[in-house]
Each structure stands twice: as C-alpha cells, then as structure tokens.
Design a protein around this ligand. Structure first.
Ligand SMILES: [Zn+2]
Length: 255
C-alpha cells in the first residue's frame, strides 16, 4: 500500500508525507542489503576510488530511462536542512556528471521518479531507480563531501561498491574476522555487470582498508600487492566514469 502511494503521489507539496512513507517501508519490509546500501560515516567519507559495478536490476526496472534526446534525466529535490555551503557541495556533486556523461540531475518538476536528498541517518542510497520518490541520505555533519555525494548518486544510478563485484576475490582478500559482525553484509560478493571494466582500487565506490573494522585491523587486503592504496578517492575515477557511460550513454558515442 505504501509503495502504491509513492508511485501515485509525487508533488513537492506531498513530499514530506511521501518520504515518511518511504522510511516506513524500509523498516517494515526489512529490505535486503542488495536493495539498500547503507554505509557508516567512516566507510563513505574515507571511501576509495574505483569502478562502479552495475546491479543486474539495471537490465530491468531499476535503470533510469534515457530521453529521446539521448540524455538521462534524474530529477531531484534537496531538503532545506542544508546550509548554503553544504548546498554548494551537493550541487557540485550533481553537476559533476554533466561534462563526463549523459546523466543530467535536474530539479524535480512533477516527474514520477525522483531523488529526495536529505539529512537522514548516515550516508546511504537505494540501489538504482526504485519508482516514485527515493531518499538519498547525506547526513549533516558527516556526509556532505564531494566524494560522498558522488558515491551515493552512483548507488542511485545502480552501481555497487567495488569490493562487492563478482570478480573481487581475484583482487582483494576480505578478512571477515576483522569486520564488525553487523556490517559483514557490506562485504558480500554480488553478481554484478562489470561492463567489461577492470577492478579498480581507485574507484570512489571502493571501501577503505579498515572499513567497518572491529579491531582497527584491515578488513580488506589487495591481491597480490598488499601495499596498493585503496579507499582514498576524492572523486570519481576514470573507470567510474567509463562505467556510467557504458551503462547509460553507450549509443551516443560521445564519451
Ligand atoms: Zn556506499
């Protein structure tokens, strides 16, 4: 019932109620971690660079639609919770996709599907388009950083964390014994569409070496060179951008 409400109601006037409805849905349905990606402050702010890897749902319903002009418009609303400086950071993140891809984040003007960027509980986003309004949480303070904005927007476009991709075991060893038990789901391997791109330690979607550590020991070690830097990206890597283009913009031949 809640989902029907979300799909039917999308005016800005209804947004407050709509978002509360969305949040209830998350709790009530106990959504699987493959559907909602939530990261703590450490993981998303200290996040590394790398390629984004698309969830298989992007071959079906969770991919944002391309317009007849070849661009992919993703409407958004930004909560009034943010200061002018924080707003600049968020808008810079939204605009950072323009010069490198066909993705266009545009102010919501009544479209059915849109992002609602707000300060909620931590840094998180749904994976891909959900239908109706969907929250992208950039908590203040803690989540309003350029790399975090890009990271969560990439989740909203359908991309997983780098260390979750299907071939990750060839490139990284996960040390589950060092991970906080409640966070181990963040390290599960996923069946991803890797878009013919290599594993990238420098992806903005890659966690840092000690992400979610319970004992300050590494939770991930690169293979074969354990000294490779991971999880320190400040913005999307070239391969992150390549993946966006391969998933959404391929026929344009512009990128
Ligand atoms: Zn994330």
């Amino acid at each position: 019932m809640c989902l029907k409400f979300i799909n039917r109601i999308y005016s800005k006037r209804s947004l407050g109620r709509l978002v509360r409805c969305t949040e209830r849905k998350i709790k009530k349905d106990d959504m699987p971690v493959s559907t909602i990606i939530q990261s703590n402050k450490h993981a998303d702010i200290a996040v590394s660079t790398g390629f984004k890897n698309a969830d298989p749902c992007t071959a079906r319903e969770c991919k944002w639609e391309r317009s007849t002009d070849g661009l992919v418009y993703v409407p958004y609303v930004i909560s009034n919770q943010y200061s002018p400086d924080e707003l600049k950071v968020i808008e810079r993140g939204l605009w950072s996709f323009v010069d490198v891809s066909c993705i266009r984040f545009v102010p919501h003007e009544g479209q059915r599907h849109f992002l609602y960027i707000k300060s909620h509980s931590g840094c998180y986003s749904y994976l891909g388009r959900q239908g109706g309004g969907q929250v992208v949480s950039l908590k203040r303070p803690g989540c309003v950083y350029h790399r975090t904005v890009q990271h969560e927007l990439l989740h909203a476009l359908g991309f997983h964390h780098e260390q979750n991709r299907s071939d990750r075991d060839k490139h990284i060893k996960i040390l589950f014994e060092n991970i906080k038990p409640a966070q181990r789901h963040n390290f599960m391997r996923r069946e991803t569409n890797n878009l013919a791109t290599p594993y990238d330690y420098k992806s903005v979607m890659h966690y840092s070496r000690k992400a979610f550590s319970r004992n300050n020991e590494p939770t991930m070690i690169p293979i074969p060179d354990r000294n490779v830097v991971i999880g320190e990206a400040r913005s999307m890597s070239r391969n992150d951008i390549l993946r966006i283009n391969r998933l959404y913009c391929r026929t344009l031949n512009l990128y």
